[in-house]
Structures are given as C-alpha cells and as structure tokens.
Design a protein around this ligand. Structure first.
Ligand code: ADP
Ligand code: ADP
Length: 232
C-alpha cells in the first residue's frame, strides 16, 4: 500500500551538502505495523518529513494507494495528506484548547460541519479512553493521556496510515506499553497501517510486524521482525 522507491534527500547549504537519506526503498503492506529503527542522525526524521511532504525529496518516489505523492499539485497533495495521520514525541497539542477541541481541530480545518465534528469527536474519545477528559486542558493531563489525545486527533479524518515519530520516547515504560497496546488495538480493529519511527528496540519487538534498520542514511536490513532480529 505504501511504496517508497529510491528516495534520496540531500540538504544543500552554501557551505556543504548533507546526504540525509540515500536510495531508500521500502514496501509497507496494508495493515502492517512497520518499524523504522536507527540511531540518532541515521535519517529517520528526514524520511518522515519526506513521507508527509513537509520536506521535498531530492529524488525517488513515494506511492500511497497507487498515488505518487512526489508528482502532485499543491491541492492534490493537500487531499492526499489527509490519508496520513501523525503523532509526535512531544504531542504538539494546542494548550489553549480542551481535549475535545484539540481532537476537533483537524476536522475544522477539513471543513466539516459542527454537528459532524461533534459526532466524530464523541466516537474518538472512548476509543482512546478519554471520555471523562473531554473538557480538560492539556496541562491537566499525564503524558500518556496527552498522547491519547494525539492519537485521537491523528485518527479524526480517518487516515489510511498513521505515522508515529518517536511516539513513546517521552513516556515511562508502563505508559509506553499502554500506548503501544492502544496502537495495536487500533491496527487490528481498523486495519490501519502504522509506521513507527523509533530508536528503541523494545518498541519494535513489542508491536512491529516488519522492520527496516536505517544506518548512516541507508537501509541496512528490512523484513519481518522475526527474520531481521534473530537474537532474543
Ligand atoms: P534522525 O532522525 O535519524 O536522527 P535526521 O533525519 O534528523 O536523523 O538527520 C540525518 C542527517 O541529516 C544528519 O546528518 C543531520 O545532521 C542532517 N540534517 C537533518 N536535517 C537537516 C537540515 N535541515 N539541514 C541540513 N542537514 C540536516
Ligand atoms: P520533536 O519530538 O523532536 O520535538 P517532532 O517529531 O515532534 O519533533 O516534530 C517533527 C516536526 O514536525 C517538527 O519539525 C515540527 O515542525 C513538525 N510539526 C510539529 N507539529 C506539527 C503538526 N501539528 N502537524 C504537522 N507538523 C508538525
């Protein structure tokens, strides 16, 4: 469902050129929980930013559901981006808005009517276990609860892909497990494809079906988790 072909990104400044990712090809099957693991500086953030087109790749293709994201006009790209939900390490919630209004935000931007928005948010709150926090502000929530808001917000527009950028790196081990359980549950219930960018092996071992190891801007290995990691 997602094909990345020969993706390359070179950052060019007046002084130097940095090859951040080089000739990366990945096939991510529909319904997979696909881990992308690598050390700091390996190129993970650049890959994410190319996938959601916050960054223009220097070369290569990103094909989602048969549509090439690298060959689109701006309005087409805006449409296609709605297929990709994203969650972040530091949550990026709007501090002046309640949980309810944070989740509603992408729906407002997409132009849904007030009643539709209310209905959708009321579906999402129990899905992430926050029925009783609808009118709380982010500052009143734990880290795990904030990430649950992030997940609900990412799912609001019904994306096909959820892109998780170090989504549990700011959480303690127990909260990490509860967030991973929630993601696994969402993956199984809705067949949502999940991409997990992480530097933590335990995240990959806990939930990923497939994994790619990115090392010094290139893919070192990829495949089903059990064939890539043969050691316990
Ligand atoms: P990771 O997310 O795995 O830590 P990054 O994608 O952030 O890796 O970085 C990959 C390489 O690209 C690093 O060498 C980094 O210094 C470089 N890099 C990242 N962003 C920029 C940028 N905007 N301009 C120049 N170099 C960058
Ligand atoms: P960090 O966790 O290191 O603070 P993130 O992974 O959270 O960084 O953010 C990655 C990038 O995504 C940032 O460069 C930021 O500009 C961008 N970003 C932040 N919030 C949003 C958002 N709500 N939607 C799209 N992009 C965002």
């Amino acid at each position: 469902m997602i094909r990345i072909e020969n993706l390359t990104k070179v950052y060019t400044s007046r002084k130097e050129q940095v090859v951040a990712i080089q000739d990366i090809s990945l096939h991510i099957p529909k319904g997979a929980i696909y881990g992308i693991i690598g050390l700091s500086g390996a190129g993970k953030s650049t890959l994410v930013r190319c996938i959601n087109r916050l960054e223009e790749p220097t070369g290569g293709k990103i094909v989602i559901d048969g549509q090439d994201l690298t060959a689109m006009s701006a309005p087409e790209l805006r449409q296609a981006r709605q297929k990709i939900g994203m969650i972040f390490q530091h949550f990026h919630l709007l501090q002046s808005r309640t949980v309810f209004d944070n989740i509603a935000f992408p729906l407002e931007i997409a132009g849904f009517k007030k009643l539709e928005i209310e209905e959708r948010v009321k579906e999402l709150l129990p899905l992430v276990g926050l029925e009783d926090k609808a009118y709380a502000y982010p500052s009143q929530l734990s880290g795990g609860q904030k990430q649950r808001v992030g997940i609900a917000r990412a799912l609001a527009t019904n994306p096909k892909v959820l892109l998780c950028d170090e989504a549990t790196s700011a959480l303690d081990p127990q909260t990490t497990l509860s967030i991973l359980d929630l993601l696994k549950d969402i993956n199984q219930r809705f067949g949502l494809t999940i991409i997990m960018i992480t530097h933590e092996m335990k995240v990959v071992k806990e939930i990923c079906t497939d994994v790619a190891v990115i090392h010094e801007s290139k893919i070192a290995e990829q495949g089903p988790v059990e064939s890539v990691f043969i050691h316990p």
